[in-house]
Design a protein around this ligand. Structure first.
Ligand SMILES: *Cc1c(COP(=O)(O)O)cnc(C)c1O
Length: 372
């Protein structure tokens, strides 16, 4: 039995006639940059995320960059963030000449350890950028308290967390700016690159709308040096076909996560495999289902699963503080022990909506076989 880490074909084939129609509509309109599809999608996204404004842009990476630009992050500033994330979480900061000040993660959730943040706040701290890793929100109550106490805005890297909730609030509705990605492997994926930002602040929204078109409100008059970072009209049309299905897909991911918990428990594997930890009162959307394995066994287990045609991945094998391009920041290998440990012990298993329980049982049986 083949079990890919992700299978986009099933989902895309099912929607193909509608998607073809949506693409045709854009082609027939001959309007390819911004326009009605993008505006409609932005309205639908603002509503979905439970906030006032959604601003489309070219990628999740650009969303982070634009958010920090809107908050005037620049040369010499500091932004507190996690070292255990996708590269763009930190590169958005260094791109602007600012310094990523890393704070270690909570080993249970893999998200920023809020209790370590206050010690890292200085006069130069311009923002705190938590990541909602794997589809579970960082501890936002604590982060919001710190943000308010020090008047330092929060930027949510919610690239993996569309529709995730902490308490009653959704990702993207708990900070100055929320940043999202429509990279094809996210829960809501485009057929190419795309992203968006959310905010409840009218002035920030206006600035973000301008920053994505070279910092201009009126063509050829530039208030800021922005980017060319628009959400493609064709991608917007495709995403509008997919968005109404997102909650059903998320429910299937959650069902798959429950299946894994039951299967791993029944197989007696919970001594050797640490299952994902769900905080109370959250809506975890399971962009990834990540287990923790004893370090010396992680890569061996992964090879064994690969040999058995089971797709896995490691998010992320190199903690950001150890990236070659960030050597100049001067961090030492053991500065963030939990992030380092996670990079050596975690393994993502297939959890996409269309995965069958038979496939999941096969994955767990193979892991049981590995452990003999
Ligand atoms: C995917 C991702 C991004 C970047 O999104 P792109 O659309 O690929 O640019 C940023 N941060 C995190 C945590 C991500 O998972």
């Amino acid at each position: 039995m083949k079990v890919p880490l992700l299978d986009l074909k099933i989902q895309n084939d099912a929607l193909r006639p509608e998607i073809d129609g949506a693409i045709k509509k854009v082609l027939d309109s001959n309007g390819f940059i911004l326009g009605a599809e993008v505006t409609e999608l932005e309205n639908e996204l603002a509503e979905y995320c439970g906030t006032e404004y959604a601003i489309g842009c070219a990628s999740g990476t650009d969303a982070l960059l634009l958010a920090l630009m809107a908050l005037d992050v620049s040369n010499g500033d500091e932004v507190i963030t996690t070292p255990y994330s996708f590269f763009a979480t930190a590169s958005s900061i260094t791109r602007l000449g600012a310094k990523p000040v890393f704070v270690d993660i909570d080993p249970q959730t893999y998200n920023l350890d809020a209790s370590q943040i206050e010690a890292k706040i200085t006069e130069k701290t311009k923002a705190i950028q938590p990541v909602h890793l794997y589809g579970q929100c960082a501890a936002m109550d604590e982060l919001v308290k710190i943000s308010e106490k020090y008047s330092v805005p929060l930027v949510e890297d919610a690239a993996q967390a569309i529709g995730a909730e902490d308490g009653k609030k959704r990702a993207g509705a708990m900070s100055a700016v929320g940043c999202f990605s429509f990279y094809p492997s996210k829960n809501l994926g485009a057929m190419g690159d795309a992203g968006f930002m959310t905010t409840a602040d009218e002035a920030l929204a206006k600035k973000l709308f301008a920053l994505r078109v070279h910092g201009s409100f009126e063509r050829y008059y530039h208030k800021w040096v922005g980017l060319n970072s628009r959400l493609d009209a064709m991608q917007a049309a495709i995403l509008r076909v997919k968005l109404p299905h997102l909650d059903a897909w998320t429910q299937k991911r959650q069902r798959n996560a429950d299946n894994y918990r039951r299967l791993f428990t029944d197989a007696g594997l919970t001594e050797v495999i640490t299952l994902p930890f769900e905080r109370e009162n959250v809506r975890h959307i399971y962009n990834q289902f990540v287990i923790r394995v004893v370090p010396s066994k992680r890569d061996e287990l992964r090879n064994f699963l690969t040999e058995n045609e089971i797709g896995t991945d490691i998010y992320y094998p190199v903690s950001l503080h150890l990236q070659e391009c960030f050597a100049y920041l001067g961090y030492g290998e053991n500065d963030f022990p939990e992030s380092l440990k996670a990079s050596r012990e975690t393994l993502a298993l297939p959890v996409y909506p269309e995965l069958t329980v038979e496939q999941q049982a096969f994955v767990v049986a193979k892991i049981a076989e590995f452990y003999g």
